[in-house]
Design a protein around this ligand. Structure first.
Ligand SMILES: Cc1ncc(COP(=O)(O)O)c(C=O)c1O
Length: 405
């Protein structure tokens, strides 16, 4: 079949594939524990649900402006003032169908074929594929000191005349690392000096622990004019547990936003009218659900760390935020795809292989589930890998006998 080069080059989403496998197993009644998830299990804010119900009842669900309804832009402008202490105008804002589309359209607006996009590794699985979809070249950068905290020199070394953009995601999916303020200050300054676009993917910025406060990249920007190449991405998916609503947004200079609006107008005509209404209600509503989600995630993170630290062969790194824990299992198996498959086959625990995020030997374990799912999931993994664990394990009524160690 004569598929395009892009059609052939973009990889299947391994995370979605694993989710499908787990869903099929679950349908067959298998006792799968899902530690692979990338979405909170809590309910969307009640204001959002009520707003949708009222709007749908009106029966008048029409096209909206391609860059979002005025009420949503207004809510995003207020959000930007509250969390970034920055006043922007409606022409600096575009809402999209999820932060994923926000990033994709932003890249389409700035990137030419062959141009390079740098991002720290481990990275969110979609960054390399999005860049490839536009014909650009993804440049993942591992920190030289082996940590999850990149330094400016790690990135600087990889900058070439083709570098068009740098993407920073902090706190980070999959590591949960929140990059230090100094790094954010340095990268903002560096990009300004070198005329490189900087995309701050702040989708997890409020889901942070240990008393940390969200960082504001604008604090370090000297250029606050309409020539600024600083782009901020955010959305309702994670903080409001509204992944299925598909609303994200971009703050950027007016020319960028206008180009993005033109692109988006031809792609989707704009995000769904229904979910825009829901997003307005969530952003303007009582914010207690965000804090309660944050507290739950912090507690789950602590439990996950406690359990992982009980393994002899696992190196676990304490996440500063998000709902992921990225742990080194290479002592047991260096090939993370094999390990992930093994754990699903043998003990029905779904984990995400680190290689998908740019680092083999690691597994991404999600803390989105219940405390029971986390403790039982980790217990099953321990049983599968630890030769000192008893030879038998009960999953409900089912007795498993280990015959592989
Ligand atoms: C780092 C990062 N950025 C962006 C997104 C996209 O979020 P949305 O659901 O708003 O498209 C995700 C979702 O997993 C993510 O992990």
């Amino acid at each position: 079949m004569s598929l395009s080069l892009i059609g052939k080059s973009v990889s299947v989403s391994a995370t979605l594939k694993l989710n499908e496998t787990a869903a099929i197993l679950k349908q067959k009644g298998e006792p799968v524990i899902h530690l692979g998830g990338g979405e909170p299990k809590t309910k969307a804010p009640v204001e959002a649900l009520m707003a949708v119900a009222g709007f749908v009842n009106s029966g008048e669900i029409r096209y909206t402006p391609a860059d979002g309804i005025p009420a949503l832009k207004k809510a995003i402008i207020r959000y930007t003032e509250e969390f970034y202490n920055r006043k922007v105008e409606p022409e600096n804002v575009i809402a999209s169908s999820g932060a994923k589309q926000s990033i994709m359209v932003a890249l389409q607006a700035i990137l030419n074929p062959q141009e390079e996009v740098i991002f720290p590794a481990p990275y969110w699985v979609s960054y390399p594929e999005m860049v490839k979809l536009i014909g650009g070249v993804p440049v993942p950068v591992l920190a030289e000191d082996g940590s999850f905290y990149p330094r400016l020199q790690d990135i600087e070394q990889r900058v070439t005349s083709y570098t068009k953009c740098i993407i920073i995601n902090s706190p980070n999916n999959p590591t949960g690392a929140m990059y230090p303020e100094q790094f954010i200050a340095e990268i903002v300054e560096f990009c300004e000096k070198r005329g490189i676009w900087l995309i701050m993917d702040d989708i997890y910025h409020r889901l942070i622990f240990d008393g940390k406060k969200p960082l504001n990249c604008y604090n370090y920007a000297k250029d606050t004019s309409e020539n600024s190449k600083l782009i901020v991405i955010n959305g309702v998916s994670k903080q409001y547990a509204m992944t299925g609503f598909r609303i994200g947004w971009t703050i950027g200079n007016k020319r960028l936003i206008s180009a993005m609006t033109n692109i988006q107008a031809h792609q989707t005509s704009g995000p769904s009218a229904i979910t825009q209404i829901a997003a307005v209600a969530a952003i303007n509503g009582v914010q207690s659900s965000v804090e309660s989600l944050r507290l739950t995630l912090e507690n789950n993170r602590n439990i996950m760390m406690d359990r992982l630290n009980s393994f002899d062969g696992v190196k676990a790194y304490k996440p500063d935020g998000t709902f992921y824990c990225f742990a080194d299992f290479s002592y047991y198996q260096k090939d993370s795809t094999k390990l992930s498959k093994f754990l699903l086959d043998k003990v029905r625990v779904l984990t995400m292989p680190g290689i998908e995020f740019g680092l083999d030997g690691f597994l991404r374990l999600s803390t989105c589930g219940t405390v029971r799912e986390i403790t039982e999931g980790i217990e099953r993994i321990k049983w599968a890998l630890d030769p000192n664990a008893p030879n038998e394990l009960y999953i409900g009524e089912r007795k498993l006998v280990r015959d592989w160690l």
